[in-house]
Design a protein around this ligand. Structure first.
Ligand SMILES: C[S@@+](CC[C@H](N)C(=O)[O-])C[C@H]1O[C@@H](n2cnc3c(N)ncnc32)[C@H](O)[C@@H]1O
Ligand SMILES: [Zn+2]
Length: 179
C-alpha cells in the first residue's frame, strides 16, 4: 500500500555532535527524546579487558588509567573499543546527574534515555569509574568533572559502594534486557 502523501515517518536523528562546555565534543538533543528510547548504539571493536589494557596501558608514572580513551565496559569480560569502528556515541560525556545510560543487550551496548530529554540538553551518562586503588583526593583531581549538575561529585570517579543514580537503576530495571 502506498504511504499517505506527505506523511512519511521521520528518520532524522534526534541529536547532533558539537562542542561541549564539559569537554571537547559532546552529543546534544535537538528534539525531545522520550524515556526508554534506544538513542544510539555504542559501536566499536569488542575486545577482552586484557586486550584493552594492552592497547591503552597503565602509565609507568603512576597513572592508573589512560586519560582519554574510548573504551566502554560491555560486561565482566569484554570492553568496546570505539577507536576501532566507533560512531558518534563515543562523544557522549559524563554527568553526575545523567539523562541516559549504556545498557548491554547481548553483544550490543545501547545508550538508553533514563528520563525524557529536552531539545538542547547534552546527553550524558555516569561514567562511574572505580579504580582498584583508593580514590584519594589526588586521584579524584586527575578525573575532574565539569558537568555542572547541582550534585556534581567534582570527579568522574564514582565513590566506591555508592549506588548508581536512582533514575539509572530504575531505567535498567524498566528498559534493560530482563525487563
Ligand atoms: C570518551 S571521551 C568523551 C568525548 C570527548 N568529549 C571528546 O571530545 O572526545 C571521555 C573523556 O571526556 C572527558 N569528559 C567527559 N565528561 C566530562 C565531564 N563531565 N567533565 C570533564 N571532562 C569530561 C574526560 O577527559 C574523559 O576521559
Ligand atoms: Zn559532575
Amino acid at each position: 500500500m502506498a504511504a499517505a502523501k506527505g506523511r512519511r515517518a521521520s528518520t532524522a536523528r534526534p541529536w547532533v555532535v558539537r562542542t561541549s562546555r564539559r569537554h571537547g565534543r559532546g552529543v546534544f538533543a535537538i528534539a525531545t527524546i522520550k524515556a526508554g528510547t534506544h538513542i544510539i548504539e555504542y559501536t566499536g571493536e569488542l575486545i577482552s579487558e586484557a586486550e584493552g589494557e594492552r592497547r591503552y596501558p597503565t602509565m609507568p608514572d603512576g597513572h592508573e588509567e589512560p586519560e582519554h580513551t574510548y573504551l566502554l565496559t560491555l560486561d565482566e569480560r569484554r570492553v568496546i573499543d570505539a577507536n576501532v569502528g566507533g560512531n558518534e556515541a563515543r562523544f557522549i560525556n559524563h554527568s553526575c546527574e545523567p539523562n541516559c545510560e549504556p545498557i548491554a543487550f547481548g553483544d550490543h551496548m545501547w545508550i538508553v534515555a533514563v528520563r525524557d530529554i529536552k531539545p538542547g540538553e547534552e546527553l550524558a551518562y555516569d561514567y562511574a569509574i572505580e579504580l582498584d586503588e583508593p580514590h584519594t583526593p589526588a586521584r579524584k583531581k586527575r578525573f575532574p568533572c565539569r558537568c555542572e549538575a547541582t550534585r556534581c561529585r567534582g570527579s568522574i570517579l564514582k565513590p566506591k559502594y555508592q549506588p548508581l543514580h536512582q533514575l539509572v537503576r530504575a531505567a535498567i530495571r524498566k528498559y534493560g534486557p530482563h525487563a
